[in-house]
Write a protein that binds this ligand. Structure first.
Ligand code: F6R
Length: 612
């Protein structure tokens, strides 16, 4: 939530700042603003709405200077207006601050600062930091870094803050607490941002920051200190993502590009995971055979789409490894007293690695004595850092707000974990595990096959564009797929959409069916159990009440009662989510286009949800 970027170096600062903001816009797009390091008084420009509004406001008065900070906002305190847009400045207009997160004690701070003569112009929590820093900088004889350390000691909440002052404009100071901030190390220039995507075009060298670390950048170097002013050695790493990966590459939208990147993402996540002697190789999970054998329970925590991957984990791990699995929405988990001990493994799934609800749930689980394994797509983000181990998915940067390729790779990751645990616990033969692994290796080709034949689905989708709501039905491992299909449609098409377990329909939801209601049913494969027959009965039930039924079915499975059938290649039932999800993503994408919605940046959402 909110994208932050800071630059100091030889370039005209507006260039890397705007480029960085463009790449961070997925984090929020309610307003955007910049502060440029003009000596004397800072140059500030900010506008409600998307980044383009800010860019359109630029004219010949835009100064060419070599440092600045920029912000793209997802509103929390104060509506999305010009005044509430960041940066926020002190009374003199010499000090500017941008912020991601929430300052929980801002009203007490604001009252005190007002009593000291500070005038507030916005309704944000952030503005109090600008005024506070201004006073503290004076107390610390003009040292902005020392002022930031002192300010942070007075703040409660979660935040990344960047500040710049007109008297030393090439110095930018940042800090993070429970919110992301990375430093980019360039040649004669340095960067700070919420995410490496902001500066990947200029440098592949990054430095991660710990909790409550204050970082000061100038064109010549960086200094990291703790809140007592003690120097902290920088932890440098190489960014593996390419600059091209964070661009649209000829596709109309990031989402479409990411849907089409799924075969590669799945293949990259699977590659090299089977040894010559048929063992699943998962050294990253850092558990000895004895610890794996001792496991009594697995708890999966995640939010949104990642939660749906967690639901699939339950089916796969219980089926293969015979360990009980509970799945819980992260934001609910920490408000109960879970039964956890050393024999519990908590698996936290997060694409961004920054989701605050998931992070808080991890802390709760750790404090109760659990071991935490993260499944994450973003290197060096907070969730992997705070977990005992991490299994990275290799989806590459996911920019569109709606998750697609990250979801498929999360599902692959839980399959790998399930097979590994089953093998170590001796409940599956190596040959069975190897056979399933080889079957997974065929999935990328099958996704490609689906993507090559989506055109009729796109046409079909358009015929449903005026519908008020769409229902999704699944059974067994198709149930989380139905939930995921409904979530995608809600967030992209702004339509009422719900996913149901097919058998649950008659217990209430069938009342929603009216003449013409579109129902999308994911038909379980007929080859493994008789569930397909039960779903076919559910299809008849809704059809009898006027529903227009679309069925997603494996090749050659018999389908009765459907107005349209979307065929997906054959696969074991357990792997069907990887294939059945793809047409649902395309359906939601196309529906959003038909309804004139912004696919990559749907309303009210942000990609990285760093508030609770
Ligand atoms: C939906 C979507 C969200 C995220 C959720 C968790 O398309 O993207 O529901 O899945 O906010 O985000 P991460 O995985 O970053 O923790």
């Amino acid at each position: 939530m909110c994208g932050i970027v800071g630059y100091t170096g030889p370039q005209s600062a507006v260039v890397p700042l705007i480029e960085g903001l463009r790449r961070l816009e997925y984090r929020g797009y309610d307003s955007a603003g910049i502060a440029l390091g003009t000596p004397g008084t800072l140059f500030i420009e900010k506008r409600a709405g998307k980044l383009v509004n800010l860019e359109e406001s630029f004219d010949e008065s835009l100064p060419v200077v070599h440092s600045g900070i920029g912000h793209t906002r997802w509103a929390t305190h104060g509506g999305p207006t010009d005044r509430n847009a960041h940066p926020h400045v002190d009374n003199e207009g010499k000090l500017a601050v941008i912020h991601n997160g929430i300052i929980e004690n801002y009203s007490a701070l604001k009252a005190e600062l007002q009593s000291r003569g500070h005038t507030f112009k916005s309704e944000t929590d952030t503005e109090s930091v600008a005024h506070l820093l201004s006073d503290l900088r004076k107390e610390h004889k003009g040292d902005l870094t020392a002022a930031m350390r002192a300010a942070v000691k007075l703040l409660r909440g979660s935040f990344t803050l960047l500040a710049i002052h007109a008297d030393a404009p090439d110095v930018i100071v940042g800090v993070r607490r429970n919110s992301p901030l990375v430093v980019g190390l360039g040649k004669g220039e340095n960067f700070m941002a919420s995410d490496v995507a902001a500066f990947i075009e200029y440098t592949k060298r990054a430095v991660e920051l710990g909790q409550d670390e204050v970082v000061t950048i100038t064109p010549q170097g960086i200094l990291i200190t703790d809140l007592e002013g003690k120097a902290v050695a920088p932890k440098e790493y190489e960014i593996s993502w390419s600059a091209e990966a964070a661009q649209k590459g000829g596709f109309t939208h990031f989402m479409l590009k990411e849907i089409f990147e799924q075969p590669k993402a799945v293949a990259d996540t699977l590659i090299g995971r089977l040894s010559d002697n048929n063992q699943i190789v998962l050294d990253e999970i850092r558990m000895s055979s004895a610890e794996i054998k001792d496991l009594k329970k697995i708890l999966v925590i995640a939010c949104g789409t990642a939660y749906h991957a967690g639901m699939i984990a339950k089916y796969a791990i219980e089926k293969w490894a015979k360990i009980p699995v509970e799945v819980e929405i992260a934001s609910e988990f920490r408000y109960r007293d879970p039964i956890i001990n050393k024999s519990t493994l908590v698996i936290a799934i997060s694409q961004s690695g920054e989701t605050m609800d998931t992070l808080m749930a991890i802390r709760h689980a750790k404090s109760a004595g659990a071991r935490v394994l993260a499944i994450c797509n973003t290197n060096s983000s907070t969730i992997p850092r705070e977990s005992d181990a991490v299994l990275y998915t290799h989806a590459g940067p996911e920019i569109a707000v709606a998750s697609t390729k990250a979801f498929l790779t999360q599902v692959i990751a839980v399959y790998l974990i399930g097979l590994h645990l089953a093998q170590v616990r001796g409940v599956m033969k190596d040959s069975q595990v190897a056979q399933l692994y080889y079957e997974m290796l065929e999935l990328p080709g099958k996704i490609e096959q689906i993507l090559e034949t989506v055109e009729p689905l796109r046409t079909l989708t358009r015929s449903f564009a005026q519908s008020e709501s769409v229902l999704f039905l699944g059974r067994n491992i198709g149930y989380p797929v139905a939930l995921e299909g409904a979530l995608k449609l809600k967030e992209l098409a702004y339509m009422h959409a719900e996913g149901f377990a097919g058998g649950e329909l008659k217990h209430g939801p069938i009342a929603l069916i009216d003449k013409g209601t579109p129902v999308i049913a994911i038909l379980p494969s007929s080859h493994e159990h008789a569930l397909d027959e039960k779903m076919l009965s559910n299809i008849q039930e809704v059809k009898a009440r006027g529903a227009r039924v679309i069925v997603i079915a494996q090749e050659s499975d018999e389908v009765v009662g459907a107005e349209h059938i979307i065929r997906i290649p054959r696969a074991s039932a357990i792997f069907q989510p990887i294939l059945a999800t793809v047409p649902l993503q395309v359906f939601a994408y196309e529906m959003a286009i038909c309804r004139g919605n912004d696919v990559d940046q749907p309303r009210n959402l942000a990609k990285s949800v760093t508030v609770e």
